[in-house]
Design a protein. Structure first.
Length: 226
């Protein structure tokens, strides 16, 4: 995926944050396979941090009910400027059950923000665990049961990054997510390191110039093989 130019420098429109507390953010659709219910369970266990959920979807009401009016969990709906939202966060979480790649992770890299994510599907193509972010293995049976009829069903299979084979989908453990959030919350230098390393990764691998060059090569090879 190509995103922005390798020469792009993000500058936030303003430095006003949503909260003075350490802020943990999620941005994306509120759908079954996104694993937002896991983030909510973790947020309940970490009341001293603020959690901001940006996005819309058929599970919004279900997830709000699950949040049980916890004062540290805030649903923002759709945000007009994803990069501006990300810039106001200290940590971004992508707790997906299924995730072909993860554009929000690339966007976080452009903002030099650290990411905690599920170790599944295409996510490890962006994040190297312990270097440019934190990857959590999925080792828990899916706990989310309140799936409306009009929601996207859970995936039948996902790709295991370790074996590169199809496997039964699972979710990350909310307690392990809590541990990872607490680790980054207590270490601003580590947050900065992961953010900087992720920035270098997305600038090098996911810039729009590379995308154009790769597409050009594919079409050129097709023409040469005719």
């Amino acid at each position: 995926n190509g995103f922005l130019s390798k020469n792009y420098k993000f500058v936030p429109k303003n430095n006003k944050r949503y909260s003075e507390k350490l802020s943990v953010g999620y941005a994306g659709r509120l759908e079954t396979f996104k694993g937002v219910h896991v983030l909510i369970e973790s947020a309940k266990k970490l009341p001293k941090y603020d959690f901001f959920i940006a996005g819309e979807g058929v599970l919004k009401d279900v997830l709000k009910k699950s949040a049980n009016n916890c004062k540290n969990i805030h649903f923002l709906g759709n945000v007009k400027e994803p990069l501006d939202f990300i810039s106001k966060m200290d940590i971004i979480v992508t707790p997906s059950i299924r995730e072909p790649l993860g554009n929000i992770i690339i966007e976080s890299g452009y903002c030099k923000k650290p990411v905690i994510a599920s170790n599944v599907d295409g996510i490890p193509e962006i994040i190297t665990n312990g270097i440019s972010g934190i990857l959590i293995d999925q080792d828990k049976k899916i706990s989310f049961k309140s799936i409306p009829n009009n929601a996207i069903p859970m995936p039948d299979v996902v790709i295991s990054p370790k074996s590169q084979e199809l496997t039964t989908p699972k979710e990350i453990d909310p307690l392990k997510l809590c541990e990872s959030i607490s680790l980054l919350a207590s270490n601003s230098n580590l947050r900065k390191l992961y953010g900087e390393n992720l920035y270098r990764t997305v600038i090098e691998k996911f810039n729009i110039e590379n995308y154009h060059d790769s597409i050009e090569k594919i079409y050129q090879n097709l023409l040469n093989n005719q």
